[in-house]
Design a protein around this ligand. Structure first.
Ligand SMILES: CC(C)(COP(=O)(O)OP(=O)(O)OC[C@H]1O[C@@H](n2cnc3c(N)ncnc32)[C@H](O)[C@@H]1OP(=O)(O)O)[C@@H](O)C(=O)NCCC(=O)NCCS
Length: 163
């Protein structure tokens, strides 16, 4: 899409609203319930983002007319995976989300293209992306890009403590 620009972003506080859109999307598609509340979710997510960026990861922002319309946040793994041959370092797309007003316009694909281009320039080959069970749209997108499902995690949740 011609009017979309993608650039690196270091102020993670701008990502709260889009993260919560993803949190709500996850809550609506996941067979595992209940979910944590928005404040808890963003507080914990933000902590992880700060650590990931400090350790060599990066965030890419997609903008439409200057407005934030999506982001990809990528973690770099320095360790060697104990199962699959991913190379070292390898990368993990920790978050990908596009504003619900702009989904299906190619922005998510453009973000992933830029992630791939940066990794290629850095000589990084291995890439991992987690997708929740139930999030079939995202899974289809990743599989179409050549990634193969390789891990399924099962959950037992804690009793609801909010009420
Ligand atoms: C998944 C997501 C990042 C893809 O970005 P996008 O800009 O909508 O995707 P693109 O336009 O580049 O590509 C379209 C493909 O994305 C996938 N997709 C997932 N959710 C979608 C949605 N709500 N609308 C349109 N496409 C969606 C589909 O595979 C679609 O291809 P299809 O035509 O075969 O269905 C975006 O739809 C989104 O933010 N969804 C909700 C949050 C989410 O699931 N994030 C991924 C977490 S692992």
């Amino acid at each position: 899409v011609a009017r979309v620009t993608i650039e690196e972003l270091d102020d993670v506080d701008q990502l709260r609203e889009l993260w919560l859109q993803l949190h709500h999307h996850h809550r609506s598609v996941s067979p595992v319930q209940p979910f944590v509340d928005d404040e808890t979710s963003w507080t914990e997510r933000r902590k992880g983002y700060v650590e990931i960026i400090a350790a060599g990861g990066f965030a890419l922002a997609a903008r439409v007319g200057g407005e934030l319309a999506g982001y990809a946040l990528v973690k770099m793994h320095d360790e060697v995976d104990d199962s699959w041959q991913l190379g070292s370092p390898y990368a993990e797309v920790w978050t990908l989300v596009v504003d619900e007003r702009h989904r299906g316009e190619g922005i998510g694909s453009a973000l992933l293209d830029e992630v791939d281009a940066r990794l290629e320039r850095a000589g990084v080959h291995g890439l991992v992306i987690g997708v929740m069970v139930g999030n079939e749209g995202a899974r289809r997108l990743y599989e179409r890009r050549g990634l193969t499902p390789g891990w399924l995690q099962l959950y037992r949740t804690a009793p609801d403590s909010s009420g």
